[in-house]
Design a protein around this ligand. Structure first.
Ligand SMILES: [Zn+2]
Length: 373
């Protein structure tokens, strides 16, 4: 990756802390608002809506409670371009910005058959790319390709490019498929740098193998555990749940529990904390304070699991065939730290800031205000 290497050498390379749960929607929303989940409102990909009594996907911009940097930049006259791999993310990120003229496209619906809210025929004609398969590395390479073309053709001068983690779920970092993928990403990064862009790179979350030495998934099934403890009727929500189950089988290192009035949440928390593989358990108040989560969109308990452990509901609820080639996933504390890389050196002020508890959602601030140009 010569282009990334050059950024690290000539610019800045550090680490930053993401938002918990370490999931896609939560962290992308944080990055485009510059704020934690308690402010922007997204607590996962999936949640139990206590107002309606329904479990819902949290994959629409109507869940966002904060204005986005992208919409502000577009309304200030910047030519904003937003490219995502997944269509659900395009909708969350771009709604307000599109009103102000931003271009927003996704790999998933680019030149798709039929009408989709994500399609933009004018941009499709201008870019002339082909739609990649969503379960592939190409879905992410497309994102950077489209970004490079938007810059080169003068259609955008302010970009947010968000890739998907299919390759990272499926392959460990040293696997040939992963190396080929990163090599192709780096070619596109080179085009973006060549076009004169100031570039900031961070991630929504890390990734770890969540399996035993024999390759089988290491799962703590919380509904089953709670029943065995004598607490039936708890509702376990897995906020990693999304339409792309081939990635992870809805198994991640973060879970929410809604406790019926007949049980005491504190007593359940005490029992769960002693369980092998469970690393942290918070009641609603502490989850709001320490994990910066929106109090009305979580449950009575938030549970995090270890580096090689995921949390499930019960064995019947998960199709482990989807992850039979190995389970790599995220969601917890062990996937919280992510790269924080810039194409130019940081100013003295921002260099000092970067020595502290920098957050991945400061990436726009650093790129716009913190680079020596
Ligand atoms: Zn993922």
């Amino acid at each position: 990756m010569p282009n990334l290497q050059r950024m690290c050498r000539n610019g800045f390379r550090g680490v930053a802390r993401g938002a918990i749960p370490s999931f896609t929607n939560v962290n992308n929303a944080a990055i485009i608002t510059g704020a934690p989940p308690s402010v922007h409102g997204l607590s996962g990909n999936y949640f139990y809506n206590q107002d309606t009594g329904e479990e819902e996907m949290m994959n629409s911009s109507r869940y966002l409670r904060a204005p986005t940097i992208l919409a502000e930049a577009a309304s200030a006259g910047r030519k904003v371009g937003i490219v995502t791999a997944k269509e659900k993310l395009r909708d969350i990120l771009s709604n307000a910005a599109v009103v102000h003229g931003a271009i927003a496209i996704s790999s998933e619906t680019y030149k798709a058959d039929g009408v989709s809210p994500g399609r933009n025929p004018e941009v499709e004609r201008a870019l002339g790319l082909e739609r990649p398969e969503i379960y592939s590395g190409d879905a992410s390479i497309f994102v950077l390709k489209a970004g490079a073309e938007l810059l080169e053709k003068g259609l955008s001068d302010f970009l947010y490019l968000s890739t998907t983690d299919f390759i990272q779920h499926k392959f460990e970092p040293e696997a040939p498929e992963a190396i080929t993928f990163y090599e192709a990403l780096d070619v596109q990064l080179g085009r973006i740098l060549e076009a004169g862009a100031l570039v900031g790179i961070t991630a929504d979350h890390g990734m770890n193998a969540k399996q035993r030495p024999d390759g089988s998934p290491e799962v703590v099934y919380l509904e089953e555990v709670l029943e065995n403890f004598g607490f039936p009727g708890c509702r376990v929500i897995l906020p990693i749940t999304d339409p792309y189950v081939l990635h992870h089988g809805a198994l991640g290192s973060f879970a929410i529990i809604h406790v019926p009035a007949s049980h005491n949440p504190e007593e359940i928390a005490r029992r769960l904390r002693l369980l092998n593989g469970v690393t942290e358990v918070y009641g609603r108040d502490l989850a709001t304070l320490k994990l910066e989560l929106p109090a009305d969109r979580i449950g009575d308990l938030a549970v995090l699991s270890g580096r090689n452990v995921v949390l499930g509901k019960n064995p019947r609820a998960h199709d482990l065939k989807a992850v039979s080639s190995g389970l790599r996933s995220h969601g917890g504390r062990y996937e919280e730290m992510v790269p924080f890389i810039f194409s130019e050196r940081l100013s003295d002020d921002y260099h000092s800031l970067a020595q502290g508890d920098t957050r991945n959602f400061d990436v726009f601030d650093f790129t716009i205000n913190g680079l020596r140009k």
